[in-house]
Write a protein that binds this ligand. Structure first.
Ligand code: ATP
Length: 299
């Protein structure tokens, strides 16, 4: 009996990326039950399996070809690639697509009151970090010598307990740094989640599955960034109204039943639609201005 090849995707089991990853796969139409404790979840309507693991294990699983695809933060990806390169291990992968979630930055932060005069002020200091390779690359590129201690969690407490002079950690809002009396002094790496693929070519069957999945992923991301705008506009103001519409799409102009003076204007906007724009439209005599989310897009 031959078994149908199944595309295997690694995702974070639980943590900051898992909800967004799960939501993305669901919006792509994948039917799966990840509520159980199993490592491997079967997608029931496509030949895809989802492997749920620690975020830090995802790059290696893809680089070694155990999983065909993975969804992981660029920070984890780059750190693993540098570490593996140093150890002479396989570190190749293909970055198939950037994703629009998991945004953060890897930054150096020092205790409040530290006299920061530029990167040279960090020379000879010791940093607590989960990302020694990225930190080391930054130090080398800037001609400074630093020492580090590896911590997998609670990095921000290290200076307070005398373990390090500063930290190099992920930041999104900066609230954790502030709560721990730390000040961000250098951003060393910008990160988002990415869809990565094994560097060895996929079998034609698996490539076919990926060719179905990828446009769906891109469609979901495009939809997330877009809005559908509908409004009623005075017929003699169409040019001014169109000029105010965000994005490059040409608006659709539709007649309104029983009204000679008004038309309906519809447009898909890929840029932010500000309150100020709505107010300007309103002052041009537009009404019933609706801004709606888009669920899926293709073509
Ligand atoms: P593991 O699954 O191995 O435990 P982890 O400890 O890095 O991984 P999380 O803290 O859930 O797990 O972070 C997962 C990823 O989320 C990070 O690698 C990063 O790409 C992204 N991320 C986004 N914002 C932040 C943030 N403020 N702090 C930490 N990670 C963030």
């Amino acid at each position: 009996m031959t078994t149908e090849p199944r595309l295997r995707i690694a995702m974070q089991k639980s943590g900051r990326l898992s909800d967004d990853t799960q939501a993305l796969l669901k919006k792509c139409g994948l039917k799966l039950n990840v509520s159980d404790r199993r490592l491997l979840a079967h997608v029931t309507n496509l030949p895809i399996d989802i492997m749920r693991v620690r975020s830090s294990d995802i790059p290696g699983l893809v680089m070694d070809g155990v999983c065909d695809l993975g969804i992981v933060g660029d920070n984890t990806l780059e750190e693993t690639a540098l570490e593996r390169e140093l150890m002479g291990q396989k570190h190749q992968y293909i970055r198939t697509s950037g994703l629009n979630f998991g945004g953060c930055r890897l930054s150096i932060a020092m205790p409040e009151g530290f006299n920061y005069q530029g990167i040279q002020s960090l020379d000879g200091l010791r940093f607590a970090t989960t990302y020694p390779q990225l930190l080391n690359r930054f130090a080398k590129a800037n001609g400074i010598n630093i020492d580090f201690c590896l911590l997998k969690g609670s990095v921000e407490v290290a200076p307070r307990v005398g373990l390090a002079d500063g930290i190099c950690d992920l930041v999104s809002t900066g609230a954790t740094l502030e709560a721990n009396g730390l000040v961000e002094v250098e951003e060393i790496f910008k990160s988002k989640a990415s869809l990565i693929q094994t560097a060895t070519s996929l079998s034609p069957e698996k490539q076919n599955i990926l060719d179905t999945l990828l446009p769906r992923i891109q469609g979901v991301m495009k939809a997330k960034e877009s809005k559908y705008i509908m409004l009623h506009a005075p017929k003699d103001k169409i040019a001014e109204v169109s000029a105010l519409m965000p994005g490059k799409e040409t608006p659709t102009i539709l007649p309104l039943a029983g009204r000679d003076d008004l038309v309906a204007v519809h447009v898909v906007a890929t840029e932010t639609f500000f309150w100020e724009t709505m107010e300007k439209l309103n002052s041009l005599g537009c009404n019933s201005i609706l801004v709606m989310p888009i669920e899926k897009m293709m073509g």
